[in-house]
Write a protein that binds this ligand. Structure first.
Ligand code: HEC
Ligand code: HEC
Ligand code: HEC
Length: 349
């Protein structure tokens, strides 16, 4: 009798355990499904936030543009949530990475920022780039210069040719847009070569020149790449002696103020400027209104183009010159100018 009860007891305990673990397991399952669902929703919502606010600098597939770092990297996914959250919420002091949190004068709620953090860990960047394209927000390609295969072969045949060729490639990808135009001094001058040692060049390329458009490249270029660039800058005369013509950026194009140009400027403004300067340039907490009579009266076209190309160093206003072609800059200038007849007499924001 007692033994049967004992057995029954064991049996019931076993049953309870089985039932309980079943409940616990399905509950974990359920929670996991719920978490996955919340995560998927966050990623979807954040894709549009990303398209509207971040593509202009970090690229349609998170690949990074010019000296702006990529967001699609394993290195970033290894970073803890708190650090990524802080970077987006508070920005990075002294860089064009603005503080996006409303608490810091930005335009994004804290829940939007949390969604962006989840997005950075879990985004499918191919899908992001497709969504960005569907929204018409794919940023223009940075100014690029082609080097002919013949030139490359010629350079590779020189002593230390592999390094020089790599330096030239890096130069055309990253530097010519500014250094091959009026935006920045030429890197091919006797003055530069006598004034700056290899160590100076390395430091300038890595750290940039504070308060100017010259950003630091240490996050973007590897040690070897910097060395190849220094080698290339130092050996310009060798390349010239070998009869190699060096690339310059495409010459500036003079454009008239046409409806097409204004429309193109509006399109670019919608991609690159609206997140800071607001819809129709009415301003946000991040950046001043541009659609305002006093500003438009005081700022001639040449000054507008200059500000757009060079940015306002030491503020969140990026320099677009290394990124937009001259005609893009003129299109945006034309678009901003087109507000003049209807601009509010005072800043309404
Ligand atoms: C105007 C250009 C610009 C825009 C727009 C911009 N960023 Fe950035 N972002 C930068 C720059 C420049 C850096 C690198 C700052 C530094 O050197 O530390 C950066 C860094 C970051 C980093 C840290 C990357 C790392 O590897 O440490 C994250 C994360 C980031 N941005 C997210 C965003 C998100 C999300 C948005 C949109 C809400 C955004 N950024 C919009 C320019 C921009
Ligand atoms: C967005 C424009 C821009 C880009 C892109 C750019 N630079 Fe610069 N760079 C400048 C400006 C402007 C200066 C001058 C800063 C000053 O006034 O001291 C400069 C200065 C320099 C100097 C010092 C020149 C001197 O005579 O003292 C070097 C070296 C240099 N850049 C190398 C590079 C290299 C290499 C790259 C590509 C990896 C690059 N820069 C990309 C704008 C740019
Ligand atoms: C990351 C935010 C940000 C983005 C993106 C941005 N700007 Fe700005 N812009 C600013 C800030 C901040 C200022 C004010 C700088 C200062 O304090 O002088 C400014 C200033 C300006 C000014 C001068 C305004 C004045 O009152 O002197 C012009 C013109 C301008 N921006 C045009 C543009 C254009 C055109 C674009 C897009 C191609 C653009 N900005 C994108 C932040 C931004």
């Amino acid at each position: 009798m007692t033994r049967t009860m004992h057995l029954w007891g064991i049996f019931s305990v076993a049953t309870i355990i089985t039932v309980l673990s079943y409940v616990i397991l399905t509950e974990t399952d359920r929670q996991e499904t719920a978490t996955a669902k919340i995560q998927a929703q966050a990623v979807t919502a954040a894709t549009d936030l990303y398209a509207e606010n971040c593509v202009s600098c970090h690229g349609a597939s998170g690949e990074g543009i010019l000296s702006t770092p990529p967001l699609n990297s394993d290195a970033l996914r290894m970073m803890d949530e708190e650090s990524i959250l802080k970077t987006i919420a508070r920005g990075r002091y002294g860089t064009t990475m603005a503080a996006w949190s409303v608490d810091e004068g930005g335009v994004l709620s804290n829940s939007a920022i949390t969604q962006l953090v989840t997005f950075i860990y879990h985004a499918d960047w191919e899908a992001v780039s497709a969504r960005v394209a569907a929204l018409g927000l794919t940023p223009p390609e940075p100014v690029v210069v082609e080097i002919s295969p013949e030139t490359m072969t010629q350079i590779q045949a020189l002593p230390d040719g592999a390094s020089l060729a790599n330096g030239l490639t890096l130069y055309t990808e990253n530097c010519v847009a500014c250094h091959g135009t009026a935006i920045a001094p030429t890197l091919n001058s006797e003055d530069l070569r006598s004034r700056l040692t290899d160590d100076d060049l390395t430091r300038i390329i890595r750290e940039g020149v504070a308060g100017t458009l010259m950003a630091g490249w240490s996050n973007i270029l590897s040690e070897t790449e910097v060395t190849d660039l220094v080698n290339f800058i130092r050996n310009y005369p060798v390349l010239e002696t070998a009869g190699i013509t060096l690339p310059t950026a495409p010459p500036p194009i003079a454009v008239e103020m046409t409806p097409e140009l204004i429309a193109e400027g509006g399109r670019l403004f919608g991609i690159l400027c609206v997140q800071c300067h607001g819809v129709n340039g009415y301003g946000t907490q991040i950046a001043p209104a541009l659609n305002a009579q006093p500003f438009l009266d005081d700022t001639p076209d040449s000054a507008l183009a200059q500000i757009i190309a060079n940015g306002v160093p030491g503020t969140k206003m990026p320099a677009w010159g290394g990124y937009l072609s001259e005609s893009d800059v003129l299109a945006i200038t034309a678009y901003i100018r087109s507000w003049a007849p209807t601009a509010p007499p005072t800043v309404g924001n």
